[in-house]
Design a protein around this ligand. Structure first.
Ligand SMILES: Cc1cc2nc3c(=O)[nH]c(=O)nc-3n(C[C@H](O)[C@H](O)[C@H](O)COP(=O)(O)O)c2cc1C
Length: 392
């Protein structure tokens, strides 16, 4: 066996396709949340002990396989240097346990959280379901996380580099604790943000998760304005973005774009998971025997792609050319990544698609984006944003 075939044999793509993809090809089998927890445990150890010889070698190998660098993909946004426009969406690394190694997976940025002020265990299990055929997921986790204080200790223990010096931009996504009433929400968000602001290159106000009762009411223009004003008063507040739901009407989307503009938000992340069933109303979840229409939780993945794209296009029109938009929802190929960017997203994020396709999705998308930039004669990804240049 020559070196090349040996390298291929131990590539993350090979291992993923060999061992993980068969599990992901079925709704049933290993529980989706359990699989995530096993993965996160290994990543946590890798992040903590990343300077140990065996681990640093493995991480270097991974980085070498997954990195795709090109000046054309680099941008300066939100006061940060992004090596490429693809990020890990919120919800995978809820407690920040792998904050120091997300660059090894080829990401230009990673969003930690959602973190809440109070630690909370979330909703009863099972609460995360694969919809293998549709390349989608239903989750009603309910902001299960160890709380802001623990996240701070976790990040300190990993000795992550200070803001501005990191190989991968780090955002932190903040939510309201379940036990905090809506009227106290602003203080709840503010406590977490104040504690963690020095770790965050940017901060996200999550008012769009469908799994915390009442949370989405904070998308109401007046309530959101009050929340932004409260957070803005904090010393050393990082650039603030708001993450919105896909289930808003077009008028509500326009209204939020206006709030973002008037309140000087640094950007908008669109979208979170959907309460709509997007054509899958009668799809049965084998683990519960119920159809999706009767299940609680937010839908993510491929079925979300169309609405997520529409919202980015709408936001780009209503918010103007200069407000950074982060597009997320159903991105799982170079083509739909390109479409999201040319519709107006400055950056994109992946979650469900990344799980189904595996780590090679990131370099595959970057390669596709670079190819399109060259075909269109663009010198930098920023020229493609909102250009509506077709996929050719
Ligand atoms: C299991 C799971 C957990 C999630 N948890 C969060 C979260 O804590 N905070 C958040 O803002 N979004 C969360 N999301 C939403 C994702 O960040 C993303 O907005 C959504 O899944 C759409 O992207 P996708 O289709 O690529 O998955 C979660 C999604 C999934 C599938």
């Amino acid at each position: 066996m020559n070196n090349r075939s040996r390298a291929k044999l131990i590539s993350s793509e090979f291992l993923y396709k060999q061992f993980i993809s068969p599990i992901l090809a079925r709704d049933e089998g290993i529980d989706a949340e359990q699989l995530t927890q096993i993965t996160l445990k290994s990543l946590s150890q890798a992040s903590l002990y990343r300077s140990f010889p065996g681990i640093s070698h493995a991480l270097a190998h991974l980085a070498n396989e997954l990195k795709h660098e090109n000046k054309k993909l680099e941008q300066r946004l939100l006061g940060c240097h992004f090596k490429n426009p693809i990020g890990l969406a919120a919800g995978f690394d809820k407690n920040g346990i792998a904050a120091s190694i997300w660059d090894k997976f080829g990401f230009g940025f990673a969003e930690l959280g959602t973190v809440t002020w109070h630690p909370q265990s979330g909703n009863p299990k099972p609460r995360l379901f694969r919809l293998a055929e549709e390349k989608a997921a239903l989750n009603r986790l309910g902001f299960n996380n160890d709380g802001a204080m623990t996240m701070k200790k976790t990040l300190e223990r990993q000795k992550i580099l200070p803001c501005g010096n990191r190989p991968c931009v780090i955002g932190i996504n903040f939510g309201k604790s379940k036990k905090t009433s809506l009227s106290q929400a602003a203080d709840d968000y503010a406590s977490s943000l104040e504690l963690l602001s020095s770790f965050a290159d940017y901060a996200v106000i999550n008012v769009s998760s469908p799994n915390t009762p009442g949370l989405r009411q904070l998308q109401d223009a007046q309530q959101l304005r009050r929340l932004i004003k409260r957070l803005r008063r904090l010393p050393a507040c990082p650039p603030l973005l708001v993450k919105i739901a896909p289930d808003l009407s077009n008028d509500q989307v326009d209204g939020l774009a206006q709030v973002a503009f008037q309140e000087g938000l640094a950007g908008i992340i669109a979208v979170n998971t959907s309460l709509n069933r997007l054509g899958l109303e009668d799809r049965v979840i084998p683990q519960t025997g119920r159809i999706l229409r009767d299940e609680e939780g937010g839908l993510s993945g491929r079925p979300l792609c169309g609405r997520a794209l529409e919202i980015i296009r709408r936001l780009r029109k209503s918010a103007g050319q200069s407000l950074p938009l982060i597009g997320v929802g159903g991105i799982d190929s170079p083509q739909n990544a390109w479409e999201r960017i040319t519709a107006g997203a400055s950056l994109i994020q992946v979650y469900t698609g990344w799980i189904f396709q595996g780590p090679s999705l990131v370099p595959n998308i970057l390669e596709g984006l670079e190819y399109q930039l060259n075909r269109h004669g663009f010198h930098n990804i920023s020229e493609a944003i909102g250009s509506e240049a077709p996929w050719i």
